[in-house]
Design a binder for this molecule. Structure first.
Ligand SMILES: Cc1ncc(COP(=O)(O)O)c(C=O)c1O
Length: 416
């Protein structure tokens, strides 16, 4: 009888080695827990990097997947399907401002649509403009446009020449933005709460200032809410939690499908004057033939997302994210070895003190590895920050369990 090839060996032999993976192979999940192939249980405070917003195997998500899979999985965007229209309506109501939605499959693609929107808007301006401002420590995805927009050298290295037309300035520094604006500038893209860069929320003054600057110079203000959006921070919208302003475009992915791949870009309904003197709504700039993707907004993806968003609403998960987030923050604040706790709702990060020594590559990797050994999954964000992104269905008790593991781990690593 043939013996089964171990999962790790399948990867070694057949999977491109572009990820630094931990030595665990997962086989199932339920609620806030996942089990590896040896049946060891882990408390999942990474949620697949902010994706599994309803935890694992949520009955309502399973029911929606099963129901829609029996009806219709895919037909292409050559045709209309009800779930795509319904989901677009739902997302427009979440933003609360008139607009329309383009569907894709990931955060990188949701941002790609935003980059192309900015280019198209800029090309319709007279004289035409193309340059976009993004911020230090940002992360906007791994396509060539995404890494060109991302202001972190580590993602750009080895892929030069990058796409022209992105200018990076310090985050939360309005003066730097004002100085960077020139005759070519057409848009500003910002994460209201930077995720990969280390959990840094934008200040209210900064976001309000960006809106003002965009209005003054006729620039598009685009929020990348791929990681922070749709409930995680205790509000449907990150920018609304921080500042009461209106964006021109928003990109989402990750939690929107609860684990089923989906990306979406909301575009505001506002009049744009074209070069030839005619007028068009910004949300109608993408006309047939200008942009698209085969899988974007399939009935299966959209019906699943609708069930995910309805569940967030009906189970009161936004308020729960807010309450449990502040509870976790309060408890983490007192722990030895933690220099600072940042974030909002259930998008949290703790910065490690220098005394937490790195036995591996960085102190955050050392802590994340030790937490894994003790049955808690977290995500590093830079060399000294550990991110907590649990499902919004997490319980009070699970938050206490995670904090206790973090506390004893740090105490043991520091040797107190
Ligand atoms: C803010 C932000 N934008 C874009 C992306 C890219 O999303 P994806 O990995 O789905 O392409 C990420 C992924 O971490 C992200 O955090």
């Amino acid at each position: 009888m043939a013996t089964e090839i171990p999962t790790r060996k399948l990867y070694d032999d057949y999977v491109v080695p572009n990820y630094g993976r931990y030595e665990i192979a997962f086989s199932r999940g339920k609620g806030s827990y996942v089990w590896d192939e040896n049946q060891k249980r882990y408390l999942d405070f990474g949620a697949g990097i902010a994706v599994s917003i309803l935890g694992h195997a949520h009955p309502r998500m399973i029911a929606a997947l099963e129901r829609q899979a029996r009806e219709l999985v895919h037909v292409s965007n050559l045709y209309y399907t009800r779930p795509q229209g319904e989901l677009a309506k739902k997302l427009v109501s979440i933003v609360g401002t008139d607009g329309k939605v383009f569907f894709s499959n990931s955060g990188a693609e949701a941002n790609e649509a935003a980059f192309k929107l900015a280019r198209k808007f800029g090309n319709e301006s007279s004289p035409s403009r193309f340059e976009m401002i993004t911020f230090h420590r940002s992360f906007h995805g791994r396509t060539i446009a995404g890494i060109s927009a991302t202001a972190q050298d580590k993602v750009k290295h080895g892929f030069e020449p990058l796409l022209a037309g992105f200018r990076h300035v310090p985050f939360n520094d309005l003066q730097a933005v004002e100085q960077a604006i020139n005759a070519c500038t057409v848009a500003i893209m910002v994460e209201p709460i930077q995720g990969e860069g280390g959990i840094y929320p934008a200040t209210k003054d900064f976001l309000v200032g960006l809106r003002k600057v965009c209005d003054q110079h006729d620039l598009l203000l685009i929020f990348d809410e791929v990681q922070c959006g749709l409930g995680r921070i205790g509000n449907w919208c990150g920018w609304k939690e921080i500042a009461g302003i209106e964006p021109d475009a928003v990109s989402w992915a990750k939690g929107i499908g609860g684990g089923f791949p989906l990306g979406a870009t909301w575009i505001k309904k506002k009049i744009v004057r074209m070069k030839d003197g005619s007028e068009l709504n910004l949300c109608d700039l993408f006309q047939p033939g200008s942009h698209g993707t085969t899988y974007g907004g399939t009935p299966l993806a959209c019906a699943t997302s609708l069930a995910v968003l309805d569940t967030i609403e009906q189970e009161g998960l936004i308020a729960r994210a807010r309450d449990l987030g502040s509870y976790a923050k309060k408890m983490l604040n007192g722990i030895v070895g933690i220099k600072e706790v940042r974030g909002i709702g259930l998008m949290l990060g703790f910065e490690l003190e220098e005394k937490v020594k790195a036995s591996g590559k960085t102190s955050s990797q050392t802590v994340v590895l030790e937490l894994i050994r003790r049955g808690l999954l977290t995500i590093p964000a830079g060399p000294s920050v550990v991110r907590l992104l649990p499902p919004l269905t997490v319980t009070h008790q699970e938050v206490e369990e995670a904090v206790q593991i973090i506390k004893t781990t740090l105490e043991d690593l520091i040797g107190t």
